[in-house]
Ligand binder design. Structure first.
Ligand code: OFO
Length: 178
């Protein structure tokens, strides 16, 4: 079982993860519109990852006899100012998500809710990876600066990214998956 406070905080994280998916879908669409198909692929993979993060929380709340309350999802920006702007905003967003996961962990610890603490450990580790990935791409974009050839090479590299999370949620996902 989880407390009402923990339940509400986990619900709000579901909304944040779905907003993350929505934001990255917008970035994928924008990438397509400026001819960066590799970036479009990278962000669409990211979209799937975020939906998986949301679904894991959804399943966990149910597994603890909690109640899922879905909230409105904000509208993401319709356009960006190029790949560096997108990646900088992606990193800033992920840093906000990391703070949010840390806040959830603080609640789990203060309530001695060890099951939720162990569940959240997966997200703590995941956020380290997310921020590292974003920083790596930002570093490469800074090296590339205005070199179109460099940008095309990076775009080809990002086209190789494949989803590693389940894409079919028709039967839900397990809270322990991932
Ligand atoms: Fe769910 O990790 Fe990004 O937001």
């Amino acid at each position: 079982m989880i407390s009402d406070k923990m339940n509400a905080a986990l619900n709000s994280q579901v909304t944040k993860e779905i907003y993350s998916a929505y934001l990255y879908m917008a970035m994928s669409s924008y990438s397509n519109s400026i001819g960066l198909k590799g970036f479009a692929n990278w962000f669409m993979v990211q979209y799937h990852e975020e939906m998986f993060h949301a679904m894991k929380l959804y399943e966990y709340i149910h597994s603890q006899s909690g109640a899922v309350a879905l909230k409105a999802i904000d509208e993401p920006p319709p356009a960006f100012e190029g790949p560096l702007d997108m990646m900088t905003k992606t990193l800033a967003h992920e840093q906000m998500v990391t703070r949010s996961i840390n806040d959830l962990m603080d609640i789990a610890i203060s309530e001695k809710d060890h099951a939720t603490r162990i569940f959240l450990q997966w997200y703590v580790t995941e956020q380290v990876e997310e921020e590292e990935n974003d920083n790596d791409i930002i570093d490469q974009l800074k090296l590339i600066k205005d070199n179109p050839q460099g940008l095309m090479m990076l775009d080809r590299e990002l086209a190789q990214r494949a989803a590693t999370v389940p894409l079919d949620f028709s039967k839900g996902v397990s809270a322990s998956e991932g």
